[in-house]
Design a binder for this molecule. Sequence first.
Ligand code: BDR
Ligand code: CA
Length: 305
Amino acid sequence: PLPLLLDCDPGVDDAICLLLALASQEVTVRGVQTTHGNVALTSTTRNALDLLAFMERPDIPVYAGAAAPLIRAPLYAPDIHGAGGLGTVQLPLAGQNVKAEHAVLAFIRQVREQPGQLTVCATGPLTNLALAERLSHGVLRELRALVVMGGSIEAGAPKLGNVTAHAEFNAHADPHALRVVLESGANTVLFGLNLTRQVRVTRERTAALTALGTPAASLSADMLNGYLDLIEQRDQRVGALHDPCTVAWLLRPELFELEPARVQVRLNEDEQLGMTVREDGEPNVQLAVKADEDGVWALLMERLG
Ligand code: BDR
Ligand code: CA
């Protein structure tokens, strides 16, 4: 199986991304590194520990990472993910503890021990990976692949961002870190909102998950129903399964269409902060452009069931 690290801010969809990876034999989760993001670092770390305990995988190490972005002030999303980060779900407190080693140092250590071997799915703000690159130049190039959920590339789209009119949450929450990652030369695959919005979350789908009856499927359905409750209050009728697309691509690449692209992120301190744009020039990512929505859901149902 493919050795995998998850860099995440759980987060309802981060949590489902983790559950999908744990349920899949093609990958082996070597560790979970947490970041500030949907909620504060203490909560994202707590959630990672509790999710692993719930799945009876306390053997998987959790490393706490960056508590704040590189330059901008922290930005959280409790209006989307709930105050605790998992919608309205409250998991039992896990017994195990976070590792003493900082996520950024643990990441550098693991990549240097196994150059070219590790894959990372990064589903939160990219602060940990940017810090790693700055501490240990070239470390991101030594990943087998870096699969990122972030940004939004839709030329002429009526609604580009989800946190501002122009920017996607992970890109906006640490745009400078995204810039470091995009310039790192890593083998990056980018899943922006342009892709993840194709994989919609509906009440019919959460009901089908509930009907599967397994702990992982029921938990996922409960978290997604809480997420739908929250976004409906904000007049967003359709939710999207953002972060699990990264792991789904590792499992079933044929469910997605990718194309080489050059993507850059705006750092101007104005209303476009964190906006991602496609530019001419040497490609720096494989950009995911099309998803087989039913295929991704079928995969999730199969694995969580
Ligand atoms: C991204 O932002 C977060 O709220 C989600 O977990 C996902 O990673 C979508 O823009
Ligand atoms: Ca996330």
